[in-house]
Ligand binder design. Structure first.
Ligand code: HEC
Ligand code: HEC
Length: 505
């Protein structure tokens, strides 16, 4: 009886299992595979904090990431929109692998596998790392935390917008280039993932191009500068076409970001060029927008690693590259104490001083007003709403009326000088504005140890045309920071001694 039942039911049982397997098991298995393939969210991580700073993720790949192989292919697909060969021609820095070959991605870019595709985007280092050469025929040294003096941000943005609008931005041109470079795409990538990614990226970049239209209407910033807060207005969907024209053309020099702890303790300094924010953490999160992150996609854990590192990161000393005349520097020290220390700190390491981290009104400092005017009260109010509902909502942004007295650590690497990078060298800054260079070239990484600044009278470097900054253009004014208390009335010998002392910062 039992046996009979067994034989009678077992085909049903078997069928049930087969059906179950077909209906649930296989889709479930495929689902798991797809989930694994498309559900991952895994950045490439680095154990060393310095490597993390150069190549680690801040989360920008989520929304803005370029599929890795598209990023690799574009300079070859659209070479006509680049000033030279590859991203290097935009002033991005490439390091070498241990075997001497060039790394696949430049400093300042990170990689993350997200939704089934490796994606690339920029991080903090794209604007806060650069190179120095002691002579044109010497190898460059990569310096972390210095302003990205060679990186042309506007040319970088323009490249992608132009390339995405080009008929060649299609799978017919991009996929063969990926193959030529050795990109081993599997079947799913080749026939589904990459064609869809190309179409999506084209739409996204073109949609963004509409919002960034104002960028194309601005005068070129040249390497080492960005219009910080007009870019932020785009994020808030400000009606760019209707803003006061005097808010535009407000290029800001990339700053250095060493020794943040001393800018926070014992007293929080008012920083950013116009001193619009007093907290290091808010400046960092605000900066993270520059790396494509938004409130839901920001990778706070990984930004924390960068924050922790820049707290105590230090600039390399001038003396590691060139010699300093210490007895001459000793003559400059008392001049610095007498004229500069109250505003800029006791030295390049000791930032104590009565007015350090405070704002000098524009009427007194007299430097170009565009950057100050570009940061409006309305923008400050909007920034306060940005992270509304998050515990790290911005509460410290404020509209100011001048520029901040900042510490001068690593000063030699911060050329060209002033918030708009309008004065090529320290020696020039000590002249009254009428005697400062009216036009000079930006973007060279060869250093001039006498004037203390990058070489600025050569039209080319590394076979590349450099950018001519014309101080007569709006936003580029080189006036201000002049008069007795700013050292411009010292004798030539005193100025030489003071510059020698500033080499020790
Ligand atoms: C697109 C280029 C860009 C990127 C990317 C960028 N920054 Fe900056 N950063 C700037 C500019 C420009 C300023 C100066 C802003 C101003 O006042 O106009 C600045 C200012 C700062 C300051 C304040 C410096 C001071 O002394 O006033 C800090 C700190 C900073 N950035 C950290 C970061 C961190 C951390 C990241 C990554 C999360 C980052 N930045 C990403 C361009 C950038
Ligand atoms: C009353 C305060 C004050 C005094 C005194 C002063 N400075 Fe400044 N300094 C400033 C301010 C404010 C800025 C920012 C101006 C700007 O960028 O528009 C500045 C900017 C600078 C910069 C540019 C920094 C950079 O990263 O580009 C240098 C260099 C500098 N000062 C050196 C000096 C020296 C040297 C002296 C003394 C001879 C001096 N300053 C005296 C307030 C002062």
């Amino acid at each position: 009886m039992n046996d009979d039942l067994q034989t009678a039911t077992s085909p049903w049982k078997r069928r049930f299992f087969v059906l179950f397997f077909l209906a649930v098991g296989i889709p479930g298995f495929i689902g798991l595979l797809l989930a694994k393939r498309f559900g991952e969210d895994v950045p490439v991580d680095y154990a060393s904090p310095a490597e993390h700073f150069k190549y680690g993720s801040t989360g920008g790949e989520h929304e803005m990431g370029f599929p890795y192989w598209i990023w690799r292919a574009l300079p070859e697909v659209c070479p006509q929109y680049l000033p030279g060969k590859g991203y290097r021609s935009l002033g991005m820095v490439y390091e070498k692998n241990p075997d001497g070959s060039e790394r696949d991605l430049p400093v300042g870019t990170s990689k993350r596998r997200y939704q089934g595709i490796d994606r690339v985007f920029v991080n903090c280092a794209v604007c806060h790392v650069s190179t120095v050469r002691t002579a044109a025929d010497r190898e460059p040294t990569v310096v972390l935390g210095m302003p990205a003096a060679t990186f042309d941000m506007k040319a970088f943005e323009t490249f992608f917008f132009r390339c995405a609008a080009d008929p060649k931005f299609s799978k017919e041109y991009i996929l063969p280039e990926i193959e030529r470079q050795g990109g081993e795409l599997d079947l799913l990538d080749r026939y589904l993932v990459y064609p869809v990614a190309i179409a999506i990226m084209r739409d996204r970049v073109l949609a963004l191009a509409g919002r960034f239209d104002w960028v194309f209407k601005q005068r070129d910033w040249g390497p080492g500068r960005v219009d910080t807060f007009n870019s932020a207005k785009v994020i808030f969907n400000f009606p760019m076409a209707h803003l006061d024209p005097r808010e535009f053309d407000a290029p800001a020099d990339f700053p250095s970001i060493w020794r943040q702890r001393q800018r926070k303790e014992p007293k929080e300094m008012q920083l950013h060029w116009d001193g619009n924010n007093t907290t290091v953490e808010e400046r960092n999160k605000s900066a993270a927008f520059g790396t494509g992150t938004t409130p839901p996609t920001i990778d706070l854990g990984r930004i924390k690693r960068v924050e922790a590192w820049i707290m105590d990161a230090e600039p390399p000393p001038f003396s590691q590259f060139f010699s300093v005349d210490l007895s001459l520097a000793a003559k400059g020290a008392p001049l610095y104490q007498a004229y500069c220390a109250a505003c800029h700190g006791a030295s390049g390491r000791d930032f104590t001083g009565e007015h350090v981290g405070q704002v000098v009104p524009l009427t007194k400092i007299g430097t170009d007003r565009r950057r100050l005017d570009s940061y409006t009260y309305t923008l400050a109010v909007n920034q306060a709403t940005l992270y509304a509902g998050y515990p790290w909502r911005f509460t410290h942004f404020q509209k100011t009326h001048g520029y901040a007295n900042m510490p001068l650590d690593g000063l030699w690497l911060r050329a060209p000088y002033l918030h708009n990078g309008s004065v090529p060298s320290l020696r020039d800054l000590l002249e009254p504005a009428a005697k400062r260079p009216k036009a000079f070239y930006r973007g060279n990484d060869v250093y001039d140890p006498v004037k203390v600044g990058f070489v600025s009278d050569k039209a080319q470097a590394n076979g590349k045309k450099l950018f001519l900054l014309d101080t007569a253009q709006p936003g580029n004014g080189n006036g201000g920071h002049e008069g007795k208390s700013y050292g411009t009335e010292l004798t030539p010998a005193e100025k030489t001694a003071l510059v020698e002392y500033l080499k020790t910062f």
